[in-house]
Design a binder for this molecule. Structure first.
Ligand code: PMP
Length: 432
């Protein structure tokens, strides 16, 4: 397979050589590495991306989950093109930011107030700061392996290295198992906890799913009882699990919500929203004492940048009006069935599971789950899918014309049609 990979992606070698002398480790995001070298992508359209050898690759990375409608949806491209010609940064309050926030709020009713930020990492950073300021408390609770970006406060036990993260900050982060009794015990014993933050579909975009979605409701009730801010990180699940995200799908009302990816229509952008009494801590007031009284600072040159706003509005309008979520979910369901069929036909142990439009593959896992939510403990899932195996699977799939997210998942869009899904299933069967 490696030989075929080197042949098929031969023009990428030169780009990798150039990248290696420029970037730490040769790449600009950890997940972009594939051994022996990444395939360098030139352009993308619909469900496909095309590399420098002009291979057509069915894409399931989908902008790390930001492209629910596939690459280059014409309405979004047109909105971006038009706005780019009218100013990429208007340097003031803008009509774009108002229309953008209205489009977001229309889909997510729990957002009494919104603030735009520039990346998912920034949004969780701001939400945690707001929670600390509001409660006057210091610590946060996060869950084992849940990923909320790369700032210091969410790095522990998130699958990321800890180099450069101060011990003092690590001391303010409590990592809990996704178990309601354990969280109750933590919140009961420690009186200095400001917030609980959770990935709504489980750790690493559902690789290790929450085994029971009722857990989120229990968490909401528990945090309310303890006076702790409940933050739903909907960076992945927002506008995907339903047009209003996980919270609308499951009838939840978090104190704060973090959003990125789909909200910005493929441009860089994100947001925090939620209860007005918490969000208003960021308000400007003439009173000179206000800054010393707990006002929360938020800056950001690119907050609600007009091109992002234009792309975001176009994406959210499509989600509101075009049945995008149902379409992506149906394609995802077809893919899941096809992948599970491929395991059986090839007599390979393993399964595919997932809800909505993200499907995870557990190669080697013998599990009796319902294929929606895998009931294996996360350590066991990790053990059956070590990094070397995911790299091998990703390479085999690339040779068969498909790119998987991290070699373990498929992020499906409404641009993947039946024929594309069936080609993917055939490529998977071949790869097995
Ligand atoms: N939260 C979650 C749940 C995420 O999946 C991610 C990114 N994968 C982030 C936060 C961070 O977002 P960004 O990469 O835009 O900083």
């Amino acid at each position: 397979i490696e030989e075929r990979y080197r042949e098929m992606f031969s023009n990428s070698v030169e780009w990798y050589e150039r990248g290696r002398s420029l970037f730490a480790g040769g790449i600009t995001h950890q997940t972009r590495f594939t051994s022996p070298f990444p395939a360098y992508i030139d352009h993308a359209d619909g469900p496909y991306k095309y590399d420098v050898d002009d291979n057509q690759i069915i894409d399931y990375v989908m902008g790390n989950g930001s492209l629910l409608m596939g690459h280059s949806k014409p309405e979004i491209i047109e909105a971006v093109r038009e706005q780019a010609g009218r100013g990429t940064h208007v340097g003031g309050a803008s009509t774009h930011e108002v229309r953008y926030a209205e489009a977001v709020k229309r889909l997510v009713p729990s957002l009494e107030r919104v603030r735009f930020t520039a990346s998912g990492t920034e949004s969780t950073y701001l939400a945690l700061r707001l929670a600390r300021a509001y409660t006057g408390k210091t610590k946060i609770v996060k869950f084992h392996e849940h990923f909320h970006g790369w700032h210091d406060y969410v790095t522990p036990e998130s699958g990321q290295a800890l180099g450069g993260v101060p011990q003092e900050i690590l001391g303010t982060v409590i990592v809990a198992p996704a178990d309601i009794a354990a969280v109750d015990a933590i919140l009961s014993q420690d009186n200095d906890i400001a917030a609980v933050i959770v990935e709504c579909n489980g750790a690493h975009y559902g690789t290790f799913p929450l085994q029971n979605p009722q857990f989120l409701q229990d968490l909401q009730d528990l945090t309310k009882r303890h006076g702790v801010i409940f933050i739903m990180d909907e960076v992945i699940t927002g506008f995907r699990l339903s047009p209003g995200g996980a919270q609308v799908r499951w009838g939840l009302e978090p104190d704060l919500t973090t959003m990125a990816k789909i909200i910005a229509g493929g441009q860089p952008g994100s947001a925090v929203g939620g209860r007005a009494d918490i969000m208003e801590l960021m308000a400007f007031r003439e009173d000179p004492e206000w800054d010393n009284m707990g006002r929360v600072a938020q800056g950001g040159t690119y907050n609600a940048q007009p091109v992002t706003a234009a792309a975001g509005i176009a994406a959210l309008d499509a989600i509101a009006n075009e049945g995008i979520n149902a379409r992506a979910d149906a394609m995802s369901q077809r893919l899941k069935e096809g992948l599970n069929e491929a395991f059986i036909q090839n007599e390979v142990t393993g399964h595919a599971h997932g809800i909505s439009s993200i499907i995870h593959v557990n190669l080697g896992a013998d599990c009796s789950c319902d294929r929606d939510i895998c009931n294996m403990p996360y350590q066991q899932i990790y053990d059956t899918m070590p990094a070397a195996k995911t790299r091998a699977l990703r390479r085999a799939m690339l040779v068969n014309g498909v790119d998987m997210m991290g070699g373990r998942a498929f992020i499906v869009s409404s641009a993947h049609d039946e024929a594309v899904i069936d080609r993917t299933t055939a490529a998977f069967s071949q790869s097995l």
